[in-house]
Design a protein around this ligand. Sequence first.
Ligand code: C2R
Length: 188
Amino acid sequence: MLAMCNVPAFSVLQYEDYLRKRRKTMAGPLVGVVMGSKSDWGTMEHCVSTLESLGIECEVRVLSAHRTPHVAAEFAQTAEARGIEVMIAAAGGAAHLAGVVASMTTLPVLGVPMVGWSLDGMDSLLATVQMPRGVPVATFAIGKAGAVNAALCAGQILGLKHEAIREAVKRDREERRQAVLAVGDPRE
Ligand code: C2R
């Protein structure tokens, strides 16, 4: 599992110390975005573009808890060691991906239900949100709104520690406020 991150072999204590130092110096992706299929990209690109608009670097992968279970598990298990601080997982239909990711890491996992091939995404919403006690997935709205809000929420979580991201989230909120006020009378 650790081979994927090129972590040299040493004791658990040394490894934890190594991770702590690495995290301090590391400027790399802070968010891991994973989706069950390329067919989710049309929705999840709004998540990634929102992260980018906040100046948040992210990893983006298509991986499936059903079709590529071992790689999906490894991606989640090694996320913290790669410097990832928040995971976003999107899937449609029998949407188990976010739950499986959450089972493999203690990083916060934000789940985004995709509109699948039927049921307008209600299946994905319930599959993502109904996690058993003890393994949370913070679940967002179905589709594009959820994709954007998951990115903004990731920004809010990261903003607790990263000042530049905190300020970017405040700017984004102000821009959205201004955009509504700029509409004025919609008949015009
Ligand atoms: P295809 O379009 O590839 O057939 O996928 C995907 O997220 C997608 O919305 C259809 C839908 O299947 C979902 N999928 C899952 C998982 N893997 C793929 N729900 C999973 O691991 O939960």
